[in-house]
Design a binder for this molecule. Structure first.
Ligand code: ADP
Ligand code: 5GP
Length: 378
């Protein structure tokens, strides 16, 4: 179905440079040039049946334009290897027929493509923690991050609620306006979102990916609706529900915390009953923990996460990146991409047989290996 990417004839380029064209069925994906407003790489499609250009709805974070790229078609996406780019920015995927893109085509009702940045190595499954307000989720997550700072990172959510006394923007939450958050949700920037206790909360794709980029396991503190959305998404995670020992104790903790008005406390307690019922019965959660004695609950949480061995596990370092020289050409043999670098001359193999994730987040599981080197005389 796919054809080798070709460089577009000058007549078609209309003065545009560094474009590739990849034909798949009736459509040719023209990738390159620059989007005038943002200087990101642009995508246009020639529909041979209709005989016209289509400007698709482009989801995901777009790569910045560069001095050209190579393009290779892989089953349901186009691999882009940028020239003249930084080591952590040279591999991208333009998804054209992945499950995510097919779903978005139905939602949007028109042509959709989605960008995803390629990343070396894999990330550990994120941990989703849910439970009623005041049960101790934040306390348990803080204890874990304090004891294992290099292993866990917190997914900083967006919310439209006002900050509490000690809360810092960008640390506890990204405090935002409803109108801004709604636009970002529409643009596909959120993994999940929900209206909780009268405010909008959501996890951006970037919040989770940033933690994984740093080689850490991502912790999400989200409500049951959010957990359900994550469960239905392509993100594989471990889901843990925290229960209070009783409603009386939950009320005591919420009141003693002293961060909510009386009206807000009552609203949170009203919602707690439903949340607990859903948490216990919905089948979303892999584990339920009772937070009665804090230390005991924390030990159980560590056990679930494989941290009870007495020996502090060695933190995983952030995956290394490979430098590609400015100029190269790319070819494909089965699941292996051969990158023929010009100066210095060498061959690099990119294994794409175990890709994980994808748009709207990163595509992980890339494996680069130097397979040969040869002198200038060759
Ligand atoms: P959440 O993040 O679930 O809303 P917090 O972590 O803010 O809840 O905890 C609410 C309050 O309860 C805090 O004041 C915290 O110190 C306290 N707390 C947490 N766990 C326990 C526990 N097991 N026993 C008593 N108090 C607790
Ligand atoms: P709080 O206002 O106490 O910080 O949080 C209230 C509720 O919102 C908690 O149950 C918390 O788990 C949930 N919450 C926080 N961030 C998110 C998020 O990004 N998405 C969803 N769905 N819920 C969130």
């Amino acid at each position: 179905m796919g054809e080798a990417p070709t460089h577009i004839p000058q007549s078609l380029q209309n003065g545009r440079h560094f474009e590739t064209a990849t034909t798949i069925g009736d459509k040719t994906y023209v990738i390159g040039g620059a989007d005038g407003e943002t200087l990101s790489i642009e995508v246009r499609i020639i529909d041979k049946c209709l005989g016209q250009w289509i400007n698709p709805f482009v989801l995901g974070t777009k790569p910045m334009s560069c001095g050209g790229h190579s393009a290779v078609f892989l089953k349901d996406r186009i691999l882009i290897v940028k020239k003249n780019s930084k080591p952590d920015d040279h591999t991208w995927f333009l998804e054209i027929d992945t499950p995510y893109v097919r779903l978005q085509k139905k939602v949007v009702g028109s042509e959709v493509v989605a960008w995803s940045k390629g990343v070396v190595g894999n990330a550990e499954k994120p941990v989703v923690i849910s439970g009623p307000s005041g049960v101790g989720k934040g306390t348990l997550i803080s204890m874990l991050m304090k004891e294992f700072p290099s292993m866990f990172g917190f997914s900083v959510s967006h919310t439209t609620r006002a900050p509490r006394g000690m809360e810092k923007d960008g640390v506890h939450y990204h405090f935002t306006e409803k109108i801004v958050m709604e636009k970002d949700i529409k643009d596909g920037k959120f993994l999940e979102f929900a209206s909780v206790h009268g405010n909008l909360y959501g996890t951006s794709v970037e919040a989770v990916e940033l933690v994984s980029d740093a080689g850490k396991r991502c912790m999400l503190d989200i409500d049951v609706q959010g957990a359900r959305s994550v469960r239905a998404s392509s993100l594989e995670a471990v889901f843990i529900f925290i229960c209070p020992p009783s409603m009386e104790e939950l009320e005591k903790r919420l009141r003693d915390r002293g961060t909510e008005t009386e009206e807000q406390v009552l609203k949170r307690l009203r919602n707690a009953q439903t949340e607990i019922e859903q948490g216990k019965s919905s089948g979303i959660f892999d584990f339920i923990l009772y937070n009665d004695k804090l230390e005991e609950c924390y030990e159980s949480l560590k056990k679930l996460l494989g941290l009870d061995g007495g020996v502090t596990p060695t933190p995983k370092s952030a995956p290394s990146v490979i430098n590609l020289p400015k100029d190269h050409s790319v070819s494909k043999i089965d699941d292996k991409i051969i990158i023929n670098c010009m100066s210095p001359k060498n061959l690099i193999m990119l294994d794409v047989s175990s890709l994980k994730g994808g748009a709207p987040g990163r595509t992980r599981g890339l494996d680069f290996r130097a397979i040969d080197s040869f002198s200038d005389g060759c």
